[in-house]
Design a protein around this ligand. Structure first.
Ligand SMILES: Nc1nc2c(ncn2[C@@H]2O[C@H](COP(=O)(O)OP(=O)(O)OP(=O)(O)O)[C@@H](O)[C@H]2O)c(=O)[nH]1
Ligand SMILES: [Mg+2]
Length: 250
């Protein structure tokens, strides 16, 4: 079929016969392609910083084991609890994967961050760049360790108050339920919330930088910088579906 006389092809043809125009057009196309490749490269390599799922919580001390961060990380990554008892971590575990058992989640960058005090400065940086935070709490020792847990959670809230980005989801994963009698999540929310508010009144009686500016449990656990949910399970026994469901929901 012959092209009509006034079709675009005949209009463009004279330009294509000019070598100079062809060179400019092909340079523009190459430049455009290079920019696309560069944008894709930057997205692939630098966006994980924003999509970090940060696993935090307290380390073991005085012969007591840690809350189960590395165990949870391992179960999410491999679908199985580690065969050997894990030792206290001194460096973060980091990996990009789809959590085992999830059919809907996309690949994300998980960071298991040790609770060791010596890594405090690095932790602050990680918290400020996380997209999601999973705080692993050893619920079997909650009542005896409530003050230490409250301080640890409070410090994370305080850091997040510095962020101006949209609210970050935080999951408080009540781990080790296999070691205790039933521990309703409402009760954990209540006693942890009350202890954090009590601590805030002690360290910042008149507000200021040290305060997270919360007056009750509801405003403490949901504000413009973060929203907290509670779930329970047992990482060592592979019961981590609540974590996967939480990640699915956000
Ligand atoms: N009974 C029971 N033990 C658990 C559970 N999850 C973890 N543990 C045990 O708790 C101990 C500490 O677990 P880790 O995962 O190493 O703790 P962590 O939070 O990474 O500790 P740090 O690396 O020191 O910050 C290990 O012996 C685990 O087997 C659980 O759900 N139930
Ligand atoms: Mg660890």
């Amino acid at each position: 079929m012959l092209l009509e006389e006034n079709s675009l092809f005949w209009k463009v043809l004279p330009f294509l016969e000019n070598k100079f125009t062809v060179a400019i057009v092909s340079s523009c196309v190459c430049l455009f392609l290079l920019i696309c490749i560069w944008v894709l490269y930057v997205k692939r390599h630098y966006s994980p910083v924003r999509s970090k799922i940060l696993i935090v919580g307290r380390s073991g001390e005085d012969e007591q084991p840690g809350s189960g961060k590395s165990t949870l990380y391992h179960v999410l990554r491999t679908g199985k609890a580690p065969k050997f008892q894990s030792v206290t971590s001194m460096v973060p575990n980091e990996g990009t994967f789809i959590p085992r058992g999830s059919k809907t989640l996309k690949e994300a960058n998980f960071v298991d961050f040790p609770g060791n005090e010596r890594l405090k400065t690095e932790l602050e940086d990680q918290v400020l760049h996380a997209k999601v935070i999973i705080y692993v709490l050893d619920v079997s020792r909650l009542e005896t360790e409530i003050r230490k847990e409250a301080i640890s959670v409070y410090n994370i809230f305080k850091l997040l108050k510095k962020r101006n980005r949209k609210a970050i989801p935080i999951l408080i994963f009540c781990n080790k339920i296999d070691l205790c009698e039933s521990f309703p999540l409402d009760k954990v929310r209540q006693i942890l919330g009350e202890e954090i508010l009590k601590y805030q009144r002690e360290v910042a009686p008149s507000g200021g930088d040290e305060s997270v500016l919360a007056t009750n449990i509801d405003s403490l656990l949901a504000c413009s910088q973060y929203v907290v949910s509670f779930e329970s399970g047992s990482a060592a026994q592979g019961v981590v579906e609540p974590v996967i469901h939480f990640l699915d929901r956000i």
